[in-house]
Write a protein that binds this ligand. Structure first.
Ligand SMILES: Nc1ncnc2c1ncn2[C@@H]1O[C@H](COP(=O)(O)OP(=O)(O)OP(=O)(O)O)[C@@H](O)[C@H]1O
Ligand SMILES: [Mg+2]
Length: 354
């Protein structure tokens, strides 16, 4: 006959799929009844319409059958508002320090922040952000993207995120896509209407996104910045001085000249520049030769100007490399370039964090 302890021990390994914590630790398991090899139990969910019920049911059944249960009869309930408040408070305590500062900003959190910037729009910041994040996630890293392009957010569409984050009171559970946790202002607007906040509100939003999002354990948080050197860059610098920057440019001289403003800005904000990504560097023809559609040398020129180096040259992606999404296939030429960029980023992180 199974015991209560054996059942709880087995269920300790079942996680809430969104909170990534054990359902036992979250106090979600109730009313266990044991009748020989048959087990009846209730699992209370954080929100009643939890979209991932089926997954929890399957995980609970498998884990109990794994310890010898013959029949598992599972019913779902939902937490009372008081219980949910306690849970939210616990999550929030983990997310903020006593002073209300996001805990992930403390050096001992181990999170590496990477801001992807450029002086100029449309050079591929968001493309670099989503593909670097995806490549890091494929390497087994725990990765989040904070879409800091508050007015011109594009990350949800680029990562084909259709659903909105689940809200636990005021804490958002980020949506996971391509193995990456995603948070964007795009989740909080109606019908893609532009966001009208300015100035101080904006600073608050970045803080909110850090403190009121259940990021869980992260190795990297990538921030996709809007073009230029405006308010958001200044706010990010103030909020996350330890962030390092990747500056994106195209090989075109003018683009690199403008991007150098981002470099000057990084100096001003005292962010360390990790390196430059030259995007749309060349187009690889069928015979393997390289066609430099946007000219040559922009990345190197910028590197020279700001005393940094080019850490990747990303070619033009071909249509078949991404099946119409903005995340390039792992085994495509562009995908491989992002894999080596990710390896380089990991390596650089290890050096500077030793
Ligand atoms: N290497 C590439 N190959 C092919 N297309 C690319 C590449 N990089 C970016 N693009 C395309 O160029 C366009 C602009 O890219 P993206 O949105 O990433 O730039 P951005 O710098 O984030 O722009 P914004 O300044 O508007 O935020 C997109 O349509 C994207 O799909
Ligand atoms: Mg962008």
């Amino acid at each position: 006959m199974l015991t209560h302890e054996e059942i709880m021990k087995a269920l300790k390994h079942v996680e809430d799929p969104e909170l990534h914590k054990s359902i036992v630790d979250l106090n979600m398991v109730r009313n266990i009844e044991i009748d020989g090899a048959n087990v009846e139990l209730e699992v209370v969910l954080t929100i009643s319409g939890c979209p991932l019920k089926a997954r929890i049911k399957e995980d609970v059944e498998n884990s109990l059958k794994g310890i010898g249960a013959a029949e598992v009869s599972l019913t779902f309930g939902s937490m009372t508002p008081e219980e949910r408040a306690v849970l939210t408070k616990t999550l929030k305590q983990n997310a903020t320090t006593e002073t209300g500062m996001p805990s992930m900003l403390r050096p001992e959190s181990g999170v590496q922040f990477i801001a992807v910037t450029s002086g100029k729009g449309g050079v591929g910041k968001s493309t670099v952000t989503v593909n670097l994040a995806t490549a890091l996630a494929r390497m087994g890293k725990k990765v989040g993207i904070l879409d800091a392009d508050i007015y011109g957010f594009s990350i949800p569409a680029m990562m084909e995120v259709k659903q909105k984050p689940t809200m636990l009171d005021k804490t958002a559970i980020p949506v996971v896509s391509h193995g990456v946790k995603v948070m964007s202002m795009g989740f909080f607007t109606d019908n893609n209407n532009p966001v009208m906040w300015r100035g101080p509100m904006l600073n608050k939003w970045i803080q909110n996104f850090l403190a009121n999002t259940h990021w869980g354990d992260l190795d990297y948080l990538l921030l996709d910045l809007p073009p230029g050197t405006g308010d958001v860059a200044i706010d990010v610098a103030a909020m996350i001085p330890q962030a390092r920057e990747i500056i994106v440019t195209t090989p075109h001289n003018v683009a690199s000249y403008v991007a150098s403003r981002a470099g000057a800005m990084a100096k001003h904000t005292k962010h360390e520049v990790m390196g430059i990504v030259e995007n749309m560097s060349y187009y690889e023809e069928q015979d393997g030769s390289r066609n430099y559609l946007f000219g040559k040398g922009g990345g190197d020129m910028l590197a020279h100007r700001i005393g940094s180096e080019v850490i990747a040259r990303i070619p033009f992606a071909k249509r078949e490399e991404n099946n119409h999404s903005n995340v390039y296939d792992e085994d495509s030429l562009t995908g491989e370039m992002f894999t080596s960029l990710a390896q380089d980023v990991v390596h650089r992180g290890q050096i500077s964090y030793q």
